[in-house]
Design a protein around this ligand. Structure first.
Ligand code: PSU
Ligand code: MN
Length: 307
């Protein structure tokens, strides 16, 4: 048996030519945003990556086959579909074995990116330690993946729907470098600051690429979590978004939402409570992350030329 994985023509060519490639996840399309903004955003993000001189590779499983780089028709059907599976590390093999269709989370996207030889990945927010995890044990597999798969993941920090202090503690325990670009505070997704200090700080893509290579030279497994603050103009400060997050969390508890349904439920409610502003912010920060990830991917290639 052979792993059912193929790269799109554009991605295969870029990898063969040694050009910069940036991985993109698909759960953000199927479970993170409503249609049609999800499709529009996915296309805008791909365009942004191309604009800054890299090649986008959106990753998903379609009918039991792993795709690295999606054609427009595939992207469109994924964006419209309602019953797509959400695939994390635990789900991938069963999805392939049953020839099902699924969107990849940060963890699953990292696994596939690494198999395809892609070292940098852009997304919005990662999974983390959920509030109340002392009772629910709900800790995203994304954290463990960062500890074992050598991909640099660019996000906008963590959403305050999570327990951010505990998320940072777990990442520290797992030995995952959490690096914020250009500021001391760890960003809070919609807000530029989460109110917490970032464990590490770097100033530009070159430094981040260099740290990525140093981990390899140290034979350390795992990747890096890069936190890129949302632009000032599109942020929703903590004081404003905080109460809405609290309300969505109370509702999730009242309705007994559990397991992998928690994140999609909260995102949907916050979208409604902010009257769509959370989505505008989300789109802006994903584009911002796509640009930084492309810069890091290009910086990695640049450094390899000089060493
Ligand atoms: N956080 C967000 N937006 C998202 C997700 C998380 O702000 O779209 C998605 C990502 O795909 C992430 C996944 O990898 O949810 C984490 O889910 P879980 O907590 O069930 O591992
Ligand atoms: Mn979970």
């Amino acid at each position: 048996m052979k792993l059912p994985l193929s790269c799109s023509g554009e991605v295969a060519e870029a990898l063969a030519d040694g050009r910069a490639v940036v991985a993109l996840e698909s759960t953000i399309i199927t479970h993170g945003m409503p249609y049609p903004q999800n499709l529009e955003t996915a296309r805008l993000v791909e365009a942004e990556v191309r604009n800054v001189g890299a090649v986008p590779a959106t990753i998903a499983v379609l009918d039991g086959h792993i795709h690295v780089g999606l054609e427009l028709a595939a992207l469109e059907s994924l964006a419209r579909a309602r019953d797509v599976q959400k695939l994390s590390r635990a789900d991938l093999a069963v999805c392939l074995a049953t020839r099902a269709t699924g969107a990849t989370t940060v963890a699953a996207t990292m696994i596939i990116a690494d198999l395809a030889g892609i070292e940098v990945f852009a997304t919005g927010g990662i999974g983390g330690v959920h509030r109340g995890a002392d009772q629910s044990f709900d800790i995203s597999a994304d954290l463990n993946e960062l500890a074992q798969t050598p991909v640099s993941v660019v996000c906008a920090g963590a959403k305050a729907i999570l327990d951010i202090p505990k998320t940072l503690e777990v990442l520290e325990t797992l030995g995952v470098p959490v690096i914020t670009l250009g500021q001391a505070d760890f960003p809070g997704f919609w807000a530029r600051s989460s109110g917490l200090q970032s464990p590490l700080r770097l100033e530009n893509a070159t430094e981040i690429a260099s740290a990525h290579r140093m981990r390899g030279l140290l034979s350390l497994p795992g990747g890096q979590l890069i936190a890129n603050p949302i632009s000032q103009q599109d942020e929703i400060p903590l004081a404003e978004i905080g109460p809405m997050i609290e309300r969505a969390l109370r509702e999730a508890a009242a309705e007994n939402i559990g397991q992998k349904h928690v994140t999609p439920f909260l995102l949907g409610r916050i979208f409604e409570l902010t009257e769509g502003r959370s989505l505008t912010a989300n789109i802006s920060l994903v584009l911002n992350n796509a640009r930084l990830a492309s810069d890091i991917a290009r910086a990695l290639l640049e450094q390899d030329k000089h060493t």
